[in-house]
Design a binder for this molecule. Structure first.
Ligand SMILES: *Cc1c(COP(=O)(O)O)cnc(C)c1O
Length: 288
């Protein structure tokens, strides 16, 4: 996929799973037959078996994951039943009692609620920083204690932007960027050195209001480790929603272009309107 434009990758990525079919088949199945009991036992004990049991993996979910991995320039991707499934499973997979998380104050409401209510119950301490201030993440990291730095840029809903170069240069803790609003058409956080990029694919990646889905992408070892926890948590993606979202990815390039130009036109109109006090949109010259 290297050397192809984002738009071309979006149009064709994930086809390897399709057995010659241009469109991905929908594998609406919970389980797969095994040649013999030894085969089943080997699949049960292996990492990310594709044809064993759908909570462990499924060819349609894998096709969606492959497409996201290609677009993010990642070794591997893993889908979840929702964006919150991706966030909760990633945090619980990587953090233990006594660990510390640095996150930004401007976050999707569900993520903030999870960090403030669930993490303390498990003895995971959370510090919230103003991510629009240079150095804020780095200064809040406690060497040896901070396990995870969690950023969201542009942030939902006020579109605060944080510095991917700064987040990517932090060494020690895992760094995770929720890139839902940008999609891989606009930014690829892994290029800046962050450990994992995360999306609610329910939003622009799916794009048709017919898939509730989350996804992470990054180095294979790390994604496999999150998978090991996620299969136990049961935050598995639905094959049907993965199929819908893969279809959504085919048009992601043109949709993002149009969404961005329409949003900019609305932002410019509102900014010039006498009844509007302020407008926050990263495409405006007035955005910090
Ligand atoms: C919607 C959203 C989520 C949560 O995703 P769900 O698919 O609704 O669980 C997480 N992060 C951001 C930035 C979102 O917009």
């Amino acid at each position: 996929m290297d050397g192809l434009s984002n738009e071309t990758q979006a149009a064709i990525a994930g086809r390897e799973q399709a057995g010659g079919s241009l469109a991905s088949p929908l594998w609406a199945t919970t389980a797969f037959s095994s040649a013999d009991p030894g085969d089943a036992a080997r699949a049960a004990g292996s990492t990310r078996p594709q044809r064993f049991y759908t909570r462990y993996g499924n060819p349609t979910i894998n096709a969606f994951e492959e497409a996201v991995a290609a677009l993010e320039g990642a070794e591997s991707a893993l889908a979840f039943g929702s964006g919150m499934g991706a966030i909760a499973s990633t945090v619980m997979a990587l953090c233990s009692q006594g660990d510390h998380i640095v996150a930004q104050r401007q976050l999707y409401g569900g993520t903030l609620f999870f960090l403030q209510t669930v993490c303390p119950r498990f003895g995971i301490e959370v510090s919230l920083v103003d991510a629009t201030q240079p150095g804020a993440f780095r200064e809040a990291v406690r060497p040896g204690r901070t396990m995870l730095v969690l950023a969201e840029t542009p942030a939902n809903p006020r579109l605060g932007v944080s510095d991917l170069e700064e987040i990517g240069s932090i060494r020690g803790p895992f760094t995770v960027v929720d890139s839902t609003f940008a999609t891989p058409m606009v930014q690829r956080p892994l290029q800046f050195g962050v450990s994992l990029v995360l999306h609610s694919a329910t939003k622009a990646i799916g794009g048709h209001n017919d898939a509730t889905l989350g996804v992470i992408a990054g180095e294979r070892d790390l994604v496999d480790a999150v998978w090991g926890y996620a299969t136990l948590h049961g935050s598995v993606a639905s094959p049907f929603d993965s199929w819908n979202a893969l279809r959504g990815i085919r048009t992601l390039g043109v949709r993002i272009e149009r969404m961005s130009s329409t949003a900019l036109a609305i932002a410019r109109f509102l900014e010039s309107h006498p009844a509007v006090m302020s407008v926050s949109y990263p495409g405006l010259e007035s955005h910090p």
